[in-house]
Design a binder for this molecule. Structure first.
Ligand SMILES: Nc1ncnc2c1ncn2[C@@H]1O[C@H](COP(=O)(O)OP(=O)(O)OP(=O)(O)O)[C@@H](O)[C@H]1O
Ligand SMILES: [Mg+2]
Length: 549
């Protein structure tokens, strides 16, 4: 079978296949000097039928037969570990590894396609570190869609991802401080500056600012808000926290809002007026009911609407009791008071002005509570997904968003939680299911993977998993990703900040990668609390008495 492929697939020899092999797994006995150059996550090769097969080292176990786990005699151990006996230990020391065979090298390098061996690599065969040139061709392929984000750990080779595959979504998971926001920063900055990508970051903690991209390439909404005239009836109800049982109040609000929106469309009211006028209409109706004033239509709401706005919906206003009107009035007043940051008539209504194509749009949600953040995020997810569906299907009736867009949702376990309702979850699920066909990709970022909605998590075909320590989190992620074997997952607790296991269709094969440090610092660094308290102490000359260091 001629491959026509030149570079030597093999680097330094590191060991031999021992025990029984399968087509997917072998045990390796590593040569004594190879540990250090080969580590968990390293790529190794062996020959099979004259072709080179590439594998990933999933685990390494070291042992000394004389010091087996059931040794109980401390004296014999003391004798063995004496300096002059060290050579005995060294001679019998062994390193076993487990390798998962991934693909023939020629198909990976020539076609970028995985071609898994169907027969086992043979015991006694030599195993080598994968050659640098092979790794370079696999992990740094040429092509517009391949973008550098780091270096393969231990391999000295730059590492790229296929940005086109982000349409199959991505989860970025790690403990706090593991390097998630830095990864988002690297991805966004490079996609926007080198590919002119459109990225929306829902920034729960206000840590991204403009990512150093400047006004040319970034739009920062601080605080992120929705124009009241863009709110759907459902979003309005959600913000008002109206119980499902309050059906009469819902009917009042629907009628009132329909009228307000009609008045806005006919330019009778401006965006600034709709909420205030709605309150005025309700107050007038309530006043009339309290004073028992006779009205022409016997419907105080309709009368108040006609008097204040001049027009009313073309169907009859609901009749209700005074306390129901008072309830609705309270809800509107609460809305104006609590959500003054989330509802802003100065926000544009046109989606391409809010999320300009070819830029990073950062929606700072740090001033909003969870309910308001949910309303804002779901609002834009809904409009942008609809806009993409309309654009791709050529539907002229609704809003159109002309270019593909990526959504980054930080703190995704809060907005897309397991077992709890959120509007964001509804729309993120739709993006996860349908986004690929419409050029809408979802990036979920979380330090609590086990609290994420399992459907959305398992729809993310790509994963960047940085350090995770908690076994339950690891198991949960494993259950949502076929590629993450037990052995491979075992490296997650020992990863350092910025080191990640990367899997999915955006990489040709799984790799352990050191992500680059972002060119701009995001707000993730630990606060030096002690230094700040010292400044306070020194400024105010606080006497710590006997506790002073
Ligand atoms: N690849 C990297 N190279 C160098 N430094 C890094 C890297 N990744 C992260 N860091 C640094 O580590 C710190 C924490 O990173 P980051 O804020 O990205 O973590 P995080 O996972 O987002 O944390 P949190 O859960 O608190 O949001 C930052 O100071 C950041 O600059
Ligand atoms: Mg972060």
């Amino acid at each position: 079978m001629s491959s026509g492929y030149e570079p030597s697939c093999a680097g330094d020899m590191v060991g031999w296949i021992i025990g029984e092999s399968t087509s997917s797994h072998s045990t390796i006995l590593f040569s004594p000097g190879s540990i250090g150059s080969v580590m968990v996550g390293s790529h190794v090769v062996t020959y099979l039928d004259g072709r080179c097969v590439l594998g990933v080292v999933e685990s390494i176990r070291s042992g000394v037969p004389l010091l087996s786990a059931d040794v109980k005699d401390t004296h014999s151990v003391e004798r063995l570990v004496r300096d002059d006996m060290e050579w005995i230990l060294d001679r019998s020391r062994y390193h076993h590894g487990s390798v998962r065979w991934v693909s023939y090298v020629d198909s990976l390098v020539e076609r970028g396609a995985v071609d898994s061996p169907k027969i086992p690599p043979q015991p006694a065969n030599n195993v080598f570190l994968a050659g640098k040139e092979v790794l370079r061709r696999i992990f740094s392929p040429p092509g517009e869609s391949w973008m550098e984000i780091g270096s393969v750990l231990g391999g000295g080779v730059r590492y790229k991802i296929d940005v086109n595959r982000l349409g199959r979504h991505l989860a970025i998971l790690a403990v706090t401080g593991g390097g998630k926001s830095n990864t988002v920063c690297v991805l966004t900055r490079r996609m926007v500056s080198s590919l002119g990508a459109t990225v929306v970051i829902f920034d729960r903690h206000g840590e991204y600012s403009d990512l150093g991209l400047g006004v040319e390439r970034a739009k920062l909404w601080r605080p992120a808000a929705v124009n009241p005239v863009s709110l759907s009836f459902g979003e309005l109800i959600q913000l008002m926290d109206l119980p499902g049982s309050a059906s009469v109040q819902r009917r009042i609000i629907r009628w009132l809002w329909t009228g307000m929106m009609e008045a806005y469309r006919r330019r009778v009211l401006g965006a600034r007026d709709v909420l205030e006028r709605a309150v005025e209409v309700l107050e007038t109706a309530v006043d009339k009911m309290i004073s028992g004033e006779k009205t022409s239509s016997k419907n105080p709401l309709e009368d108040a609407m006609k008097k204040i706005v001049g027009i009313a919906p073309d169907y009859k206003a609901p009749t209700a009791k005074l306390d129901q009107f008072l309830g609705v009035l309270d809800k509107f007043n609460d809305l104006l008071e609590y959500y003054r940051f989330a509802i802003n008539p100065d926000m544009p209504t046109d989606i391409e002005s809010i999320v300009p194509p070819g830029k990073a749009t950062i929606m700072d949600l740090s001033m909003l509570d969870d309910i308001a953040a949910d309303a804002v995020v779901s609002h834009y997810l809904r409009r942008l997904l609809r806009g993409r569906i309309n654009a791709v299907k050529g539907i002229q009736a609704g809003e159109i968003y002309r270019y593909p867009v990526l959504f980054v949702i930080e703190e995704a376990h809060i907005l897309i939680p397991k077992d709890e309702h959120r509007l964001t979850k509804v729309w993120a699920s739709r993006v996860a299911r349908e986004g690929r066909k419409f050029g809408a990709g979802l990036v979920i970022v979380s330090q609590r993977p086990k609290r994420l909605d399992p459907d959305v998590l398992s729809q993310t075909n790509n994963k960047i998993i940085l350090k995770i320590v908690e076994p339950q989190d690891i198991r949960y992620v494993q259950s949502a990703s076929e590629e993450l074997s037990e052995d491979l997952a075992s490296i997650l607790p020992s990863l350092n900040t910025g080191e990640a296991l990367i899997m999915g269709s955006m990489t040709r094969i799984p790799a352990v990668v050191k992500i680059d440090k972002c060119e701009t610092e995001t707000g993730g660094a630990d606060i030096d609390m002690v230094a700040e308290w010292r400044q306070l102490r020194e400024g105010e000359e606080v006497d710590l008495g006997e506790y002073a260091l």
